[in-house]
Write a protein that binds this ligand. Structure first.
Ligand SMILES: [Zn+2]
Length: 92
């Protein structure tokens, strides 16, 4: 069972990463393009529109998580503009 959960979580994480890189993760920006009527604000900070790059890179709450990760791994970088640039840093 534990091995199954490990594989399932790995698959789920890879699937979510793929959605983020392709910018098809259901952010409010994507939902509005699909015709949904929403309040165009980030649900974390409520300061600006919820775009892919804002939610996963530039939101003030998201930045705190990135800073923690960078601190734990003793790395530093300039935050990229797009999520695809971020993942190319990690995986390529
Ligand atoms: Zn935000």
């Amino acid at each position: 069972m534990e091995e199954y959960l490990k594989k399932f979580n790995s698959y789920r994480s890879a699937s979510f990463t793929w959605l983020v890189i392709r910018k098809i993760c259901l952010t409010q920006e994507v939902l509005q393009k699909k015709g949904r009527t929403l309040v165009p604000r980030c649900f974390l900070c409520n300061l600006t529109g919820e775009t892919n790059s804002h939610l996963f890179l530039h939101c003030k709450f998201t930045i705190q998580h990135w800073e923690l990760l960078l601190d734990i791994t003793s790395q530093s970088w300039a935050m990229p503009e797009q999520t695809a640039d971020l993942f190319s840093f990690f995986f390529f």
